[in-house]
Design a binder for this molecule. Structure first.
Ligand code: PLP
Length: 383
């Protein structure tokens, strides 16, 4: 079996599994906020995990806030920036953001804010020139900017560094959705100098329902969940201490895998070339853009992506047609529409997403399976 849907969710990493088996044997299991011995020991384990996460992510200890994942982190930041904002009424996002950003921005649009959406070129890259222009024209009215670091469907890496510099220059808060970036490529929060970044444990091989919100100035944070003052008042509710410990284990493992980025990228490019030389009609989305090492978004125009997915699944290879964590509908996705991708290409895509320690031979197996699938389905092309 080949699991090739890491951008959707990563299976628990082997190190996390082993950690949990020992952890369940040993304990402690107590409320980390309790002042008795077991509570204090549980707290120490969780705070040690926070220190490890901070180190791997290049953040200060206090800048790491544990939560349930990227969606919660994103909602918390919109809440922090916009809840008391009386004057600045513009929210800038891009056309390729995840629903967690788009729908939150749309919610604030019903509360008096205007959402402006940055265009994206056909290579899947957000247009920084338009952002520069909007900032020049109206920076006094812009409340926040939210543009992702790497796209969940295409894997295309965005000019987040330039966007961040522009935001800093204009004194505008920048929320960078780093959900697909963290763990797949080196990331240092302090060096990035961004205001806010988010991630989800289940994308990293940690337990699902865990996550980290990185905040440059945590004292400015407005809690979305008030509760009993946990996480220094930034996020109420008894912490998921076991889950938070798995974040530290998973991030430590991922950091070790960064050495594989170049070989994996080379193998991925070889795989893509092989398929394209066998089937010249095939399109690799964002082919010439900087992309995550582990993502290929591939389409054979005229062959439906779901048919390809089923064929691959019959050969024990699990891929998706678009963003599994949001709307997996059989039409051209919002991301591809924003890129101006033709509908016959958009309906044909499958996303192959591996992890940094996937065996290189997986690409050979996927190439064979995809060749079989395309050969079979090309005979019954429907549009
Ligand atoms: N942002 C991006 C880019 C994503 O890919 C996802 C999930 O796929 C999210 C945000 C939301 O993550 P979660 O559902 O884990 O909160």
């Amino acid at each position: 079996m080949i699991y090739a849907d890491y951008n959707g969710s990563a299976p628990l990493s082997q190190d996390v599994r082993e950690y949990l088996v020992k952890r369940f044997e040993k304990g402690p299991f107590a409320n980390p906020n309790a002042i008795h011995y077991l509570g204090t020991k549980t707290l120490m384990g969780m705070e040690n995990a926070r220190a490890v996460c901070a180190k791997v992510l290049g953040a200060d200890f206090d800048q790491v806030i544990f939560n349930s994942g990227a969606t919660e982190g994103i909602s918390t930041i919109f809440h922090t920036i916009l809840s008391n904002e009386k004057n600045k009424k513009i929210i800038i996002i891009s056309g390729i953001e995840h629903s967690a950003i788009i729908n939150t921005a749309d919610y604030y649009a019903t509360r008096g804010f205007t959402v402006k959406c940055l265009p994206v070129n056909s290579n899947g890259i957000v247009d920084v020139d338009t952002l520069t222009k909007w900032l020049k024209e109206d920076s006094a009215n812009i409340a926040m900017v939210a543009v992702m670091a790497a796209n969940n469907e295409t894997g295309v890496i965005q000019p987040y560094f330039e966007i961040n510099s522009l935001c800093l220059k204009n004194n505008i808060p920048y929320l960078c959705d780093t959900t697909q970036f963290i763990g797949k490529t080196p990331f240092n929060f302090k060096e990035s100098n961004m205001h806010y970044a988010v991630c989800s444990g289940h994308k990293l091989g940690a337990l699902t329902g865990t996550g980290i919100l990185l905040v440059k100035n945590p004292e400015k944070l407005l809690p979305l969940i008030i509760g009993g003052g946990q996480e220094k008042g930034h996020r109420g509710g008894t912490q998921n201490y076991l889950g938070n410990e798995t974040l530290a284990v998973a991030l430590t493992t991922l950091e070790k895998n960064f050495v594989n980025i170049n070989t994996l990228t080379e193998k991925r490019v070889e795989f893509e070339k092989k398929i394209k030389s066998a089937f010249p009609e095939v399109v690799i989305i964002g082919e010439n853009s900087p992309r995550l090492a582990t993502t290929t978004y591939i389409s054979y125009p005229g062959i439906h992506g779901q048919a390809v997915q089923i064929e691959l699944e019959s050969q024990d290879i699990f891929v998706t047609t678009s963003s599994a964590c949001s709307d997996n509908s059989p039409v051209t996705s919002k991301v591809l529409k924003a890129m101006g991708t033709r509908d016959d290409i958009g309906r044909g895509v499958v996303r192959i997403s591996l992890c940094l320690n996937s065996p290189l031979a997986y690409y050979d197996k996927i190439a064979d399976a995809l060749t079989k699938a395309y050969t079979k389905l090309a005979k019954v092309k429907s549009y």
